[in-house]
Design a protein around this ligand. Structure first.
Ligand code: B16
Ligand code: MG
Length: 220
C-alpha cells in the first residue's frame, strides 16, 4: 500500500534546469567552448562535480581537481544568484493541487534531490513546511542512479520502498528509483519509459489517477 510520495525537485516541482544551463554554459563559454540545450538534458539529476566532468569532456578540456573545484564553485555562485530570485510563481503548474490532494488523502511527502541547493530552493518557493523530509545533495555520498537519495527519504519516514512512489523527470532518477525497488513515475520528458508510469505533468491529476497507472500490487 502506498503511504508516501517522494519528489525529485529540479524538473518535477520547479524548472531549475534552465538556470543550471545558463550558468554551466557561461562557464563553458569562459573556457572557450559551447554546448547545446539538448546536451544539457544529459545533466539532469547528475551531481555538480559529475556534471562538470561531462561538460569538460564535451569541450575537450582537462583540469586538475583543484581547478575543477574552483570552476564548480564559480558556476554555483552564478546559479545561486538565479535561485535566490525565485518565488512561488515558479512552482510548476498542477503541483500545488496535487500536494493538496495528497494531504487530503493522508499521503506523506518528501523531497529527494541531488542538488546541494535543494533546501534553499524549497525555502524560496515557500514549500518547506509541506515536506516531512528533504533529502538534498549535502546528505548524499552516492549520486543517482544510486538509490541512496530515495532510501534516505524512506528511512526518515520509516517506510519501505514499496510504500513510496518516486516522481522523477530524469532517466538516471528513474533508474535510481527502480534500483531502490520504489514505484517510479516519470514526469514529462523522453527516456523515461522504464518507469512504472509516465505522465506529462501534474495538471489535473489526482493521487487516484497515478495509482490507477501503477501495477496492481501498489493498489493493495
Ligand atoms: P547542485 P534533482 C539535480 O537536481 C539537477 O537535476 C542537476 O542538473 C544538478 O546538477 C544537480 O541537482 C546538482 O545540483 O549543483 O545545485 O548541487 O533533479 O536531483 O533535483
Ligand atoms: Mg530532476
Amino acid at each position: 500500500m502506498i503511504r508516501a510520495c517522494i519528489f525529485d525537485l529540479d524538473g518535477v516541482i520547479v524548472d531549475t534546469a534552465k538556470y543550471h544551463f545558463i550558468a554551466w554554459r557561461r562557464l563553458a563559454n569562459e573556457l572557450g567552448f559551447d554546448f547545446t540545450e539538448e546536451k544539457n538534458e544529459q545533466l539532469k539529476g547528475v551531481s555538480r562535480m559529475d556534471s562538470l566532468d561531462l561538460i569538460l569532456e564535451w569541450g575537450g578540456v582537462e583540469k586538475s581537481q583543484e581547478e575543477k573545484e574552483a570552476l564548480a564553485e564559480k558556476k554555483n555562485s552564478w546559479y545561486r544568484e538565479y535561485i535566490l530570485d525565485m518565488d512561488d510563481s515558479e512552482i510548476l503548474e498542477g503541483v500545488m493541487p496535487f500536494l493538496n490532494n495528497l494531504e487530503e488523502r493522508g499521503i506523506r511527502k518528501a523531497i529527494g534531490s541531488s542538488s546541494k541547493n535543494a533546501t534553499t530552493i524549497i525555502e524560496q518557493i515557500g514549500l518547506k513546511a509541506r515536506f516531512e523530509a528533504i533529502i538534498d545533495g549535502n546528505k548524499l555520498t552516492r549520486s543517482k542512479p544510486d538509490p541512496q537519495v530515495f532510501q534516505l527519504g524512506a528511512d526518515v519516514m520509516a517506510l519501505q520502498p514499496k510504500e513510496c512512489i518516486v516522481f522523477e523527470d530524469a532517466e538516471r532518477g528513474v533508474d535510481a528509483a527502480l534500483a531502490g525497488d520504489f514505484y517510479a513515475v516519470g514526469i514529462g520528458g523522453d527516456n523515461l519509459s522504464h518507469a512504472h508510469a509516465v505522465v506529462p505533468d501534474f495538471v489535473g491529476r489526482t493521487f487516484e489517477d497515478i495509482l490507477a497507472q501503477l501495477p496492481e500490487a501498489a493498489n493493495q
